[in-house]
Design a binder for this molecule. Sequence first.
Ligand SMILES: C[C@](O)(CO)[C@H](O)COP(=O)(O)OP(=O)(O)OC[C@H]1O[C@@H](n2ccc(N)nc2=O)[C@H](O)[C@@H]1O
Ligand SMILES: Nc1ncnc2c1ncn2[C@@H]1O[C@H](COP(=O)(O)OP(=O)(O)OP(=O)(O)O)[C@@H](O)[C@H]1O
Length: 287
Amino acid sequence: MISEKAPAKINLTLDVLQKRPDGFHEVEMIMTTVDLADRIWLKPLDRGITIRSSERFVPNDKRNLAWQAADILRKKFDIRSGVEITLDKNIPVAAGLAGGSSDAAATLRGLNRMWNLGLSLDELAVLGASIGSDIPFCVYGGTALASGRGEQIQHLSVPPNCWVVLAKPPISVSTADIYGGLDIQSIEHPDTAGMMEALASADYENMCKKVGNALEPVTMRLHPQVSVLKEQMLKFGADTVLMSGSGPTVFGLVEHESQVARIYNGLKGFCPEVYAVRMMGERINLA
Ligand SMILES: C[C@](O)(CO)[C@H](O)COP(=O)(O)OP(=O)(O)OC[C@H]1O[C@@H](n2ccc(N)nc2=O)[C@H](O)[C@@H]1O
Ligand SMILES: Nc1ncnc2c1ncn2[C@@H]1O[C@H](COP(=O)(O)OP(=O)(O)OP(=O)(O)O)[C@@H](O)[C@H]1O
């Protein structure tokens, strides 16, 4: 049996440049992995792909991104045997934290080992891109600038050490609806280059100043709870707060562990899903 860790990501920046003829949006976003992770287990089967999950809201058929990752490898390399994929979910579902994408990326890395395919992370990322825009980043993890529709990856420096408090309000957000609700002309563009400089110089304060997400106003308009949560987190002492991805999870950054408890305990009262984690920031190696 093979096991792989599948970490969540947060967006330190997310900029949308334009809508493309294929319906996707041209983006520029800086993402980094945090120490909140699913674990996937791969068990050889004679045939077929089956999914078991600890989380009842996750589909256990071909709608599961991990199923699609296994399917693409089986078809491309004419693999006759099968696999049972067990997902130990810790990352909240449909949260803006790329949980499903990270499970798919971990499945690609794990099956590459189990089926002795000898593929590089770059090759796995290309295969992952055909399933979802966030999967290439999740294949490498770490910290990166993602462009195109999210599949072009440029690796960046590890962020300065800090704590991340994540809070997911109990609402569902459709990524397609949030992109669809954007008015391209009125976007307030985050300073992507400024964030890259802050990371390169490991400047925590500047990193906090440069966070920004063009999708945040769209999600907040549809779900005012997200802005309430953001205000609360700032009130409880976070140095900066931003929505991740298309939401609805918001994250707050603090430099010292001693600042975490006030935010965590303050939010726990009215938000059911709160997590205090560290930024991991380092890339995943092929085992
Ligand atoms: C919001 C983010 O999670 C930020 O990291 C990503 O941009 C979305 O990544 P994802 O969930 O892997 O997205 P996909 O599964 O590829 O696409 C879901 C839907 O989001 C919209 N979409 C996604 C990515 C992109 N660059 N432009 C888009 O318009 C499209 O309507 C698409 O049908
Ligand atoms: N392995 C999986 N884990 C969780 N959800 C999955 C998985 N595979 C497919 N899904 C489906 O994908 C939807 C989005 O779930 P996911 O947790 O990946 O969202 P997300 O964190 O918002 O992703 P992203 O940040 O990439 O937009 C869920 O509603 C679920 O039905």
